[in-house]
Design a protein around this ligand. Sequence first.
Ligand code: MEV
Length: 437
Amino acid sequence: MNNAVAGFSKLSKKEKINWIANTYFLSPEEALNIIRNYTNSDEKLQQLHDEFIENTITNLYIPLGVAPNFLINGQYKTIPMAIEESSVVAAASKSAKYWSTRGGFKATVIDTEKIGQVHFTFNGDAAKLHSFFDQIKPKFFSDTQSITKNMQQRGGGILDIKLKDKRSLLENYYQLHATFETKDSMGANFINSCLEQFATTLKDEFQDSDLFSEDETLKVVMSILSNYVPNCIVRAEVSCPIEDLAEKHITNPQEFAERFLQAVQIAEVEPFRAVTHNKGIMNGVDAVILATGNDFRAVEAGVHAYASKNGQYASLSHAKIENGIFTFWLELPLALGTVGGLTSLHPLVKLCFDILEKPSAKELMQIVAVAGLAQNFAALRSLTTTGIQEGHMKMHLNNIINQFEATEDERRLIKSHFKKNAVSHSAVVEFIETIRK
Ligand code: MEV
């Protein structure tokens, strides 16, 4: 089927929806119903969502849950999490409660530097380019004053601009490598606006300079922030005497601590395991990033680059046992905002910020890192004790029950049966079929 369409973006929302329903569905009315069911009846609210992106037809919901009892630097927090994967919120809550009686989570922001680059080519004398750069460097700051004024008032701005010679990587390739402090905003717009002005200044000053010959040319390729922020780092940690690790499922805390440590060490040296290990961390991280309207693609890209910073993809978390003390921690690069963007537009995001008691960007970095560490702890605890499937299958059971639209009576029967029997998709389906006969 050839379903190309001309001028789609010019159609009204209704026309777009009708085109989708009529083009892809044998029963367009059914499709229209689903789309309608997920469209907010509050027209103003729906319009707000419609305008976040282009060609909106409806909304895709994912659940927003909360994980309470997170003791972070001595203060209790309830963490909102937007995620579709069963057992993530339950695992976070379980970890939170567990560590709340063992000293809680400690989180520290190590640095908050953001990065942006103007990529350009220059085919002339490198020494001349360097002295030209030194000459015009103040101009980059003065030409961006209208952009940086407000940020400077908030204590942020451009930290530094360096000229980098990258010719060992690519012919004639240079960069303006700039660093920024963006306080409570993620800073993408601010950084990109500064960079585009740097590019203009660079080109204009080059044109006006009499340092260069006719044959020497400078061409800007692009100006863009980097989502790799290895100097925008937060650390989260838990620690307690080994014997305090004991609880219902941890009857031998020394053995548990040692096995846990081994599990972390495996993720430190084995990329196949490291990816899954870090995925578990990102279950917690992404859920909070989404709930707080931050850019999860940016965070994902930056975090995984950071996981490879030593040349091989490795675990983001680490553990040690020293003098009878078990310590588990991670460091994450997180460029987050608590002002600007969706944070002030999306009513649910605003609600999540209220639940978090209006954190600063630094506090949000700490909360996100803690959610990641808690998630990682929960996963490793299950993996090194009962195995992951026990908890997963309990949650999975609910999904299967919902899928089969079980009645209240059927639910009771199914849940009581699977308290004593192992959950698998086929076993549940078989049981449902039996009770329905
Ligand atoms: C599943 O979403 C996450 C885990 O695979 C993480 C891990 O293996 O550490 C359980």
